[in-house]
Design a protein around this ligand. Structure first.
Ligand code: IVH
Length: 706
């Protein structure tokens, strides 16, 4: 076996692409060896071979630091073995789509696109309409025509490396001719109905696991650590989008897809080009009628603006493009018995009623729980007091109609009064928290009743912790809901900061616990150590502040850049007359409700102390400005007067995409005022404060004309 020195010399001769592919293979090999050794207790390679694999990987990572992923087996602390797939950071994030359920929402989308672009109702505007494939998305990276990496979507920013696993999917070419030097093809992996039935029949005969639906079967088959299992499963792939490309694929969506098809990818034959809303809705009806005979699952139609120059101008919100929308098919329905109504207390103290149902299959999935939203929903009225279900209430023992749309939690749509037991009683919603006995209070204007116990309520505390470690937040491997509950019961964890002192305080005890052991305890602590630095957006999301979801957290992180700047701003925003409050409100996507919730959580509540304790243990990685190298990155810009070359919305989105902040009013912190004709008091104030004032043309030069 080559020594360290020789290995490094040899590695220096690898091309970047070859190194990436080899590192991926090595990580997989190490992961498989770990799996065999630790999970199945049946080592497949000798210790010396294992060491050689790790040494080679380390040599590659030294030579190509970009390949040294934070979770690489070479970095494992305390001899934690690498588990599962290697992580892949997507060169361009893999986004999701906004959903529409009704034709009106599609009409609103179309109108919004027009308004953003400044197109009147008569101007031509074409969209593509294509089936929304119900599978899992995949990004394929080709360099010099060769497939070098395949990655799942993961959380959109970081996915899993499944390069080995896609080698046998016949719709995925390993080699392309005439492709751009760099080409990331994105699309959906799925399983056809026929292949799904055959797979389940084989599994049933062999006494193996049966999959609930083709989507689960596709996901389960692709995400096999043993690539040989994937190879034996019939997976398919439709290409419908792209990520990084070294040269454009075309000038329209349709042309780009045609190019992918010419390169050898399977593209969906049902895709059509639609001029206007009526054509889009007609395409939807056609696909809905074809749905049962396509031979694979689709759950809606995706509309995309056809002209790629317009797509570029429209750009992205934090997690979805402005130029596309998914029009979902109506949810599937089923009748069953509502056996019991139970109350769950969430991390913000909300008392959420849950229906326990007699299990029933809805759209291929067995459903036994459904959300009942809040007390008004059970009583048959909405937040304004207007009747829903024509005022029919829901009672334990009732026959109810449940539905599910996509991945959302099942809901109760209706109740059959003719089957109601005469002795049944209306449901009485509790006025105290079922978990801690504190008063459960309903504030005027709030549809939800909340426990007033704060972090003293065990349910709130434990739910906050579960949220903190969840996938989109700290995502600590080996610390899931089950472990949080157990550690909470022990009294080891009360607030997030306790996670980071767990090793010091209870490390020795944990290793002696049932189901644990020295190695698994070390693995957990290594995973925790890795999260002492987290991206700012994850940290903000992890705090579990009401109304601050993943998308608002991402927006806040990009706007403020660092934790200190964010915290200082939210603390100052407590003063409604200061500059920080309007700045917070001026951020696209942060409304007044979210802003108030942030200010109150970080200034007044029991969260404040918990946040301070946490920050004594960890650090946040600053968020990269969206485009660090633009001329306006980091500047604060205000627009006033009439803009003639683009709408206000487009100007704002563009400035933000280039890393600038857009404020609503001029202050000493304004860097540039873009003044169109008719600018009034803002221009005057800018002159007084010595703020740079430019016209729209100068602005376009600065921001690079679209
Ligand atoms: S386009 C930037 N087209 O739907 C937009 N997505 O709900 C990229 N999906 O994560 C997505 N069929 O997994 C697009 N024809 C289609 C699709 C499609 C299925 C999935 C995709 C995406 C999810 C969003």
């Amino acid at each position: 076996m080559a020594g360290q020195h020789e290995a490094e010399e040899d590695v220096a001769r690898l091309s970047g692409a070859a190194a990436g592919a080899e590192a991926a293979r090595l990580r997989l090999a190490v992961a498989q060896a770990n799996e065999a050794y630790h999970r199945r207790d049946t080592p497949e390679i000798s210790d010396a071979q294992y060491d050689a694999l790790k040494r080679r990987l380390l040599a590659i990572e030294r030579q190509f630091p970009a390949l040294a992923l934070p979770d690489s087996p070479t970095r494992a602390v305390g001899a934690a073995p690498a588990e599962g797939f290697a992580k892949v950071t997507h060169a361009q994030p893999m986004l999701s789509l906004e959903n529409a359920f009704e034709a009106e929402e599609v009409a609103e989308f179309e109108a919004r696109v027009r308004k953003f672009l400044g197109l009147d109702a008569a101007a031509p505007l074409a969209f593509t309409a294509e089936p929304k494939i119900d599978g899992l998305s995949l990004s394929l990276r080709y360099e010099g025509g060769r497939l070098v990496q395949a990655a799942t979507r993961g959380d959109g920013a970081v996915g899993e490396n499944v390069t080995e696993n896609v080698a046998h999917i016949r719709d995925i070419p390993q080699q392309l001719t005439g492709a751009p030097e760099v080409l990331e093809v994105r699309g959906e992996v799925y399983m056809s109905h026929a292949d799904f039935s055959a797979l389940n029949a084989r599994a049933a005969a062999a006494g193996d696991k049966i999959f609930a639906n083709p989507r689960n079967a596709a996901a389960g088959s692709l995400r096999q650590l043993d690539a040989r299992i994937t190879a034996a499963r019939p997976l398919r792939f439709f290409a419908y989008a792209w990520g990084a490309v070294s040269e454009p694929l075309g000038t329209t969506q349709s042309a780009a897809i045609a190019r992918l098809s010419a390169l050898g990818f399977a593209t969906n034959p049902q895709t059509t080009r639609c001029e206007g809303l009526q054509a889009m809705l007609a395409a939807y009806r056609t696909l809905e009628a074809q749905r049962a005979t396509l031979g694979y699952d689709i759950d809606g139609v995706v509309y995309k603006v056809d002209d790629l120059a317009l797509q570029r101008r429209l750009g992205f919100r934090s997690t979805t493009p402005r130029w596309a929308i998914a029009h979902k098919f109506p949810a599937e329905l089923a009748w069953t018995r509502l056996e019991k109504i139970e109350i769950q207390v969430g991390r913000t103290g909300a008392l959420s009623p849950v229906a326990r149902l007699a299990p029933v299959t809805v759209g291929g999935v067995v459903v036994s729980n459904a959300t009942l939203h809040n007390e008004d929903y059970i009583a048959g009225r909405d937040a304004t007091g207007a009747p829903i279900r024509q005022g029919r209430d829901l009672r334990e023992g009732d026959w109810v109609q449940v539905y599910r749309a996509g991945d959302v939690i099942p809901k109760v749509a209706d109740v059959d009064l003719s089957r109601r037991d005469g002795a049944s009683q209306p449901y009485v919603f509790p006025k105290v928290c079922p978990e801690c006995g504190s008063d459960a209070i309903r504030e005027p204007g709030d549809a939800v009743r909340r426990c007033s116990g704060g972090l003293a309520c065990p349910a709130q505390a434990v739910e906050k912790l579960k949220h903190f470690v969840s996938r989109a937040a700290f995502d600590i491997e080996g610390l899931g809901a089950k472990q949080i509950e157990a550690f909470f019961r022990e009294g080891w964890l009360r607030e997030p900061a306790d996670i980071f002192t767990l090793r010091e305080k209870y490390g020795a005890e944990l290793a002696l616990r049932d189901g644990w052991g020295e190695r698994s305890a070390q693995n957990l602590f290594a995973a925790i150590e890795q999260r002492r630095r987290v991206p700012l957006a994850r940290l903000i999301f992890a705090l579990g502040i009401r109304h601050v979801g993943e998308s608002a957290a991402a927006t806040l992180a990009t706007h403020y850049g660092t934790w200190d700047a964010f915290l200082a701003a939210v603390r100052s925003a407590d003063d409604p007359d200061g500059a920080a409050w309007p700045e917070l409100l001026s951020i696209d996507g942060i409304g007044e409700v979210t802003a108030r919730s942030l200010v109150s959580a970080l200034n007044h509540s029991s969260d404040r102390a918990a946040v301070e304790n946490l920050m004594a243990e960890i650090a946040a990685e600053p968020a990269a400005p969206r485009a660090a190298d633009s001329a306006i990155s980091g500047l604060t810009v205000v627009f006033t007067g009439t803009l003639e070359r683009m709408t206000r919305a487009e100007a704002k989105a563009r400035a933000e995409a280039l890393g600038a902040k857009v404020a609503g009013s001029v202050s000493a912190r304004t860097d540039i005022l873009v003044a169109g004709p008719g600018a009034g008091s803002k221009a005057k104030k800018a002159a007084e404060l010595g703020v740079r004032v430019i016209d729209e043309d100068a602005w376009l030069t600065l921001a690079g004309a679209p």
